[in-house]
Design a protein around this ligand. Structure first.
Ligand SMILES: O=C(CO)[C@@H](O)[C@H](O)COP(=O)(O)O
Length: 220
């Protein structure tokens, strides 16, 4: 499938989120990071703000929930109209039930793994999800360096998905830029979150286009 670019609004101006969503109208998704200061040591925005972002975004909203107790909170993001809702494997108590609930509510269901969390214990869940998010930095903050050691995990995930003949997307998030996107794509990723690389660019649409072209050279 084609490479999808999902700029992270963590690097946008939080006083001008609607304006900054407008800057990424040529992207595939708007990536929205929800952090609770428990699962990660940072606090961003919650459901009331995401409900409005879904209404004003020019592209579908992809939520990444870095929160404890996603079993309780994640369905609300699907009900708000987020096209994709991703929760962390390390935080969910009943991931299969939660993924089924997200799909029932009309959202794509995503399962996220911290950099140190292996993919193997979750291979049985692949048929229950639409996307596997392999974090390529420690979740919590934008502007960090891509962790090269996550590449073998991306490769193993892609191999397992192909072997099972599943249509599960592999998303990478953290340190994605012109310098790293091709390695992530070559390893098997097809959905790319980029915050500082996109919002830090002088020409945001041109940067989105460049990232998409680089990733598309390694399409899966
Ligand atoms: O989820 C996160 C951080 O936890 C990411 O979405 C970052 O916001 C990506 O930022 P860059 O590394 O692209 O600056």
């Amino acid at each position: 499938m084609a490479a999808l670019i999902a700029p992270s609004i963590l690097s946008a101006d939080f006083a001008n989120l609607e304006r900054d969503l407008g800057k990424i109208a040529t992207a595939d998704w708007a990536h929205v990071d929800v952090m609770d200061n428990h699962f990660v040591p940072n606090l961003t925005i919650g459901l009331p703000v995401v409900e409005r972002l879904v209404q004003v975004s020019p592209v579908p909203v992809d939520t990444h929930l870095m929160i404890e107790d996603p079993d309780r909170w994640a369905p609300g993001f699907a009900e708000a109209g987020a096209q994709s809702v991703t929760f962390h494997a390390e935080a969910a108590t009943a991931p299969v039930r939660l993924a089924r609930e997200l799909r029932r509510l009309g959202s794509r269901a995503g399962l996220a793994l911290r950099p140190a969390t292996p993919v193997e214990p979750f291979l049985d869940l692949l048929s229950e999800i639409d996307m596997l998010l392999v974090m390529t930095v420690e979740p919590g903050f934008g502007g960090q360096s891509f962790i090269e050691g996550t590449l073998p995990k991306i490769q193993r995930a892609r191999r397992a998905i192909s072997a099972a003949d599943l249509d599960v997307w592999v998303q990478v998030d953290g340190g994605i830029s012109r310098a790293t996107i091709e390695r992530a794509a070559d390893a098997g990723a097809n959905v790319f979150v980029a915050g500082s690389a996109v919002y830090g660019a002088d020409d945001v649409p041109a940067e989105i286009d460049t990232l998409r072209q680089l990733a598309s050279k390694h399409a899966h």
